[in-house]
Design a protein around this ligand. Structure first.
Ligand SMILES: [Zn+2]
Ligand SMILES: [Zn+2]
Length: 418
């Protein structure tokens, strides 16, 4: 019979990957909880209209990349391409704004896109997503950035750079947009890539973050948004940067202002940011986010400002340092079949004491049993044979040093000293 494989673009997480993803989620829980962010879970499936309205029908995501299909009654459904839209829908649907002035929540899980799968871009991928709603103050932005960097540090990630920019507001951005458009149109327009030529009228800001080398050259010397924003936006941005500095982040080293960091959609305002890694190649963005106003209102909710970010869990998993967190404490090697039951009960007693490990389900030679112990990665191997069974002892072997001693089995607290 032919074998059945995973659906194209979907991947299994075997124990190693599952442990990495668990660590990423568990660390998020610990760090974000310390800042008052609470975990929520939302469905992975929504009505297509939600994403069309929140992400915008003109975007590549909605036009080309969504995992969309009709249900049996011909309603259009979409597997979520990102978490923000669903979180906003949930916030509005449960009238959370009427119950609490500021809402801080996060979620994590699978997201989907229907693109041709390629290395590092799967149709099912995973994100951690964080949002703070109802607080327009710059202190919120600064605190979120500090929390994000704290999260990465707790994960043991290194070589990260925080890039920040401001996008102004709906009062001042149109002026910038005009100035930028004038600059771009003075260039040899047909030398821009096809995407940029299309973007230029609809969304000239997006031309600034094009990755095509010629486009990058052409936007050299473009007017900077930070130079043309209104006084309120300037103060807001300066306050964010001031707090980061007072919290110990050094400009140029720990963060830098990136004038070309922009977001495509109109509802993005003021602070926008990205964390890039130098360890996974040139375009190694590990997190991105920013402030948005008007998004919630565009989905039928109240006029509430928001700020949030998303991190790609696959990227984080690639960057995680190896550690021994998941190493078991013991493996019980059984040298005599008569000791099998006793080995299992000994393992139970050790687990009750907070240790982790396994026992062999069949007896064998010391050599073969020690090989199993080594394969399990355990720190200690406990050897139980006929002699030990009879005299109430067990041999405890330190798998790193090779040192072994004989101990009484009922001295359970002292069998393994971690
Ligand atoms: Zn402004
Ligand atoms: Zn381009």
């Amino acid at each position: 019979m032919s074998k059945i494989s995973t659906v194209k673009g979907f991947a299994d997480h075997l124990p190693r990957e599952a442990a990495q993803f668990n660590r990423i989620a568990e660390t998020a829980r610990q760090v974000f909880a310390a800042y008052g962010y609470r975990e929520v879970h939302i469905p992975i499936l929504e009505y297509t209209e939600l994403f069309a309205r929140s992400i915008g029908t003109e975007t590549d995501v909605v036009q080309k990349e969504m995992f969309t299909f009709p249900d049996r009654k011909e309603r259009s459904l979409t597997l979520r391409p990102e978490a923000t839209a669903g979180l906003m829908r949930s916030y509005i649907e449960h009238s959370i704004h009427a119950k609490e002035p500021v809402t801080k929540f996060f979620t994590h899980g699978p997201m989907f896109r229907y693109e041709r799968p390629q290395k590092g871009r799967m149709r099912q991928f995973h994100q951690v997503d964080v949002e703070c709603l109802g607080a327009p103050e710059p202190q919120v932005d600064a605190e979120m950035l500090l929390m994000l960097m704290e999260y990465f540090s707790a994960l043991g990630l290194k070589d990260l750079a925080l890039e920040i920019n401001t996008l102004g507001c709906k009062e001042c951005r149109p002026h910038y947009r005009e100035a930028l458009l004038a600059f771009l149109q003075a260039k040899p327009v047909d030398e821009f890539c096809e995407d940029c030529r299309k973007r230029m009228d609809a969304n000239p800001l997006r031309v600034l973050d094009c990755k095509v080398p010629r486009c990058k050259e052409l936007v050299e010397g473009a007017p900077r948004i930070a130079d043309s924003i209104c006084p309120e936006c300037k103060t807001h941005f300066a306050t964010v940067l001031g707090i980061l500095e007072r919290a110990g982040l050094e400009p140029g080293r720990d963060y830098k202002i990136s004038h070309r960091l922009v977001r495509g959609l109109d509802y993005y305002t003021r602070t926008t940011f990205e964390v890039v890694s130098n360890s996974i190649g040139a375009q190694g963005s590990v997190a991105g986010g920013g402030r948005y106003d008007g998004l919630i209102a565009s989905l039928g909710g109240p006029e509430v400002s928001g700020i949030g970010f998303a991190c790609g869990m696959e990227r984080l998993a690639l960057m995680l340092p190896e550690n021994d967190l998941d190493k078991p404490d013991f493996y019980i090697a059984v040298l005599d079949a008569a000791a099998l039951d006793e080995a299992l009960l000994l393992a139970q007693a050790l687990r009750k004491n907070g240790l982790s490990g396994e026992t062999s389900y069949n007896a064998g030679s010391a050599k073969s049993q020690l090989r199993k112990a080594a394969n399990s990665g355990a720190s200690y191997c406990l050897l139980l044979g006929g002699n030990e069974l009879a005299d109430g002892t067990v041999i405890v072997k330190n798998m790193d040093s090779g040192e072994q001693i004989t101990r009484r089995r009922d001295d359970i607290n002292n069998l393994i000293i971690k």
